[in-house]
Design a protein around this ligand. Structure first.
Ligand code: SF4
Length: 95
């Protein structure tokens, strides 16, 4: 079984590979992918703790939000937290 987080998504095209190259620096590469798809709150907390020490946490969260990734913990946020962020952004007035 692979621990490579990038394999969770569809196989990227050559153009997409450069877009997702930053994922190679993620802490999640050292863990089983299941860790980032928890089934309970304790699991979410564990994934968040790993993300909190990740050097690319902000980039990861931005990627998940921009691509509307619905499942798993990305950038230290659960699905529910990402939905909340997106709702807040949609409600925010344009600058
Ligand atoms: S923030 Fe979390 S999910 Fe994103 S790359 Fe880092 S460890 Fe992986």
């Amino acid at each position: 079984m692979t621990t490579t987080r990038t394999l969770l998504t569809a196989v990227p095209s050559p153009d997409q590979e450069s877009v997702t190259a930053w994922m190679q620096a993620g802490n999640c590469r050292r863990y089983e992918t299941e860790v980032f798809f928890p089934s309970d709150g304790a699991g979410v907390d564990r994934a968040r703790a790993i993300c909190s020490r990740c050097p690319i946490v902000d980039q990861c969260l931005d990627y998940a939000l921009e691509n509307r990734i619905e499942h798993g913990v990305w950038g230290g946020c659960s699905e529910r937290e990402r939905r909340r962020i997106l709702r807040r952004r949609n409600l925010a007035p344009a600058v």
